[in-house]
Design a binder for this molecule. Structure first.
Ligand SMILES: Nc1ncnc2c1ncn2[C@@H]1O[C@H](COP(=O)(O)OP(=O)(O)OP(=O)(O)O)[C@@H](O)[C@H]1O
Ligand SMILES: [Mg+2]
Length: 282
């Protein structure tokens, strides 16, 4: 990744060394495919032998358990509001994939109070030691609920589509993350891009180039393309049947695109792990 702004404060668990990299999947606009990408990416990484923790950080309106056909009887709402432990709330949704689901419709979970946020950060820092990679599925927007996990993340992936409104919001998020990093003297990685609903890699690269040019000009950040996803009937169907398409139709083009993304994330997270180890040795 290029253009990391501020070196500096990291949370204590990262200084201890043994902690999985955190990939935050975000993307300004709602409904662009963030949750779908997270669920399928988690499965693709697990198929590569990685122990994956998927955290639904859309804390007010969680969807991940729905995508996996899980009930989420115990979720982050119980952890933060009733004192259930994070480990108790973690549910195995597939071989190699554990889910920390979010609840739905609890206003206290949106714009988390500082004490609750700190408790969640501490708990996640501990849990990260048990996994190879942690994926956070962020809420839409540029609110505090997106900015704080971005400041914890080793990698940020922004999902967008080629639609002008989605691109405007993706750039808005890159800008908000950059400003948040400067404001709080935290290192927020330059996001990478996943372009959804495109015909192929050429269109995805064209879309990514547009965002890159503007980001380089105004923010001195250079967001790169990490992957793409076609509009896919398998993907749409998988949401209805509550079984992610990487498992349901592993040979489909959409599944192969996610497999390629998983390879990219694996390499990128390996680099992040090395950085974490080096930091802990300092
Ligand atoms: N590549 C795709 N092919 C077909 N349908 C898609 C694709 N990507 C997303 N969708 C459709 O868009 C819907 C919204 O996707 P998803 O819930 O992943 O978006 P999101 O960005 O997480 O939304 P939110 O901002 O509400 O959290 C899916 O339920 C699915 O029907
Ligand atoms: Mg979502």
């Amino acid at each position: 990744m290029t253009g990391s702004a501020n070196r500096g404060n990291r949370p204590p668990a990262e200084r201890s060394g043994r902690t999985a990299p955190l990939l935050l999947v975000a993307g300004g606009k709602g409904g662009v495919g963030k949750s779908l990408v997270c669920a399928n990416l988690a499965l693709a990484l697990a198929r590569r032998g990685r122990r994956v923790l998927l955290v639904d950080l859309d804390l007010g309106l969680g969807n991940q358990h729905v995508l996996f056909g899980s009930s989420a009887e115990c979720n982050l709402e119980h952890v933060l509001l009733e004192g259930t432990s994070l480990r108790e709330a973690t549910v195995r949704v597939a071989e190699g994939v554990d889910l920390l689901a979010a609840g739905s419709g609890e206003p206290g979970m949106v714009g988390l109070a500082p004490a609750l946020r700190a408790a969640l950060e501490r708990g996640l820092a501990e849990l990260r030691a048990d996994y190879d990679v942690v994926i956070g599925d962020a809420a839409a927007g540029i609110g505090a609920d997106v900015l704080w996990p971005a400041a914890l993340a080793n990698r940020v992936l922004i999902v967008t589509t080629p639609e002008p409104a989605a691109l405007t919001d993706a750039y808005g998020l890159i800008k908000a993350l950059d400003a948040h990093g400067h404001r709080s003297a935290l290192e927020i990685p330059t996001p990478e891009l996943l372009v959804n609903l495109v015909a192929g890699p050429d269109e995805a690269e064209r879309v990514a180039r547009g965002l890159r040019v503007v980001s380089e000009r105004f923010l001195a950040r250079s967001p790169r393309l990490a992957g793409w996803l076609p509009r896919s009937s398998e993907a749409a169907q998988s949401v209805l049947t509550r079984r992610p398409f990487v498992t349901r139709q592993p040979g489909s083009l959409a599944a192969r695109c996610i497999e390629a993304l998983a390879g990219h994330v694996e390499r990128s997270c390996a680099l992040a792990s090395l950085k974490l180890l080096a930091r802990s040795a300092e």
